[in-house]
Design a protein around this ligand. Structure first.
Ligand code: SF4
Length: 323
């Protein structure tokens, strides 16, 4: 990174939709409300959403982030993150008499429910997702003996299952829509009887942000994606932008813009992952404005109006407190 500002795109194009999805909005507000209602500390298992800035801001307000529920002192309050948890986590929390608030995104819960139902009906479940991702760990925990993880088309070729007539698939919510379609096509070709959930598991926010970034990439030389390195949907946006003709980089904030990326760039596109706050986008736009960008506009592809209610535990407390 250089401090001598020279290269300066004149045009900035913002993807719409971008940034916070309904599940992230709900999860962040859950921790904020829990802090308002109970005061610090409020423990949070894992990053509430995969964004460094969000975690830092909530930490300043008194949230304590832990890796496991077993690190939370007995009897204290703990919030479970938007990515969901395995049933064993609830059991551990109950054993420690923790007061729990579950901020799992309802669209992740939907996949958990599918996993349970397929398993109860005797299906082997192929989960398409990324190994080690918290959401995959949580969903797999619903039926660990029935779920097998697949990450690529190549892995489908090697996949062996006990009964190809009793086979289902589910997916992580934040995957690449196009790559996942290829994996599903490979599964259907190899196992024609495989069944799927009634509706897609890749969520509306992931899908819409990928549609928007495809359009953006066609109009820009460079696409900057604001998001943290552990954010699955943000990483997918970089990949999709590159596949559609633009250079693209993932950055936490404007301080990570590399001067070399801007050489010869006429139009820079900006988007943000589903866990990235809009204020980081605003700062990046201000960064380009200060350098002479004078044509700043939005490229709207899809309208979104999804909202989720806060978790029941918080709603009950708010009602009781008269807030
Ligand atoms: S990205 Fe999708 S599944 Fe994940 S929190 Fe947002 S809406 Fe829910």
């Amino acid at each position: 990174m250089s401090s001598t500002a020279t290269a300066a795109p004149k045009r900035v194009l913002l993807a719409a939709p971008r940034g916070y999805c309904a599940g992230v909005d709900r999860a962040v507000e859950t921790v904020e409300r829990a802090l308002d209602l109970h005061g610090a500390p409020v423990y949070v298992r894992k990053e509430i959403v995969h964004n460094k800035h969000v975690v830092e801001e909530l930490t300043k307000r008194g949230a304590i982030f832990v890796e496991q529920e077993t690190e939370v002192p007995e009897g204290e309050m703990v919030v479970f993150s938007a990515h969901g948890v395995a049933p064993a986590v609830h059991e551990n929390a109950a054993a420690r008499r923790l007061r729990t608030i579950d901020a799992t995104c309802p669209l992740v819960t939907k996949v958990h429910v599918e996993a349970r139902r397929f398993a109860e009906d005797g299906y082997t479940i192929v989960m398409i997702g990324h190994e080690g991702h918290e959401e995959v760990e949580g969903t797999t925990g619903e039926a660990p003996d029935s779920i097998v993880l697949v990450q690529t088309v190549e892995e489908v070729a090697e996949l062996e299952v006990p009964d190809s007539e009793r086979l289902a698939f589910i997916t992580q919510t934040t995957l690449s829509v196009d790559e996942t379609a290829e994996i599903i096509a490979a599964l259907r070709a190899k196992f024609p009887a495989i069944v799927s959930p009634k509706s897609d598991d890749i969520c509306y926010a992931t899908t819409n942000r990928q549609i928007a970034v495809k359009q953006l990439a066609r109009e820009c030389d460079l696409v900057l994606v604001i998001g943290s390195t552990n954010s699955s949907n943000s990483n997918r946006l970089v990949e999709v932008a590159r596949e559609h003709g633009a250079d693209s980089y993932l950055i936490d904030n404007h301080l990570q813009v590399d001067e070399a990326w801007l050489e010869g760039i006429e139009t820079v596109g900006i988007t943000s992952g589903a866990s990235a706050p809009e204020e980081l986008v605003e700062r990046l736009v201000a960064f380009f404005r200060e350098r002479g960008a004078d044509d700043i506009s939005e490229l709207r592809t899809v309208d979104e109006d999804v909202r989720f209610m806060l978790p029941g535990e918080i709603r009950e407390e708010l009602a009781a407190s008269g807030a």
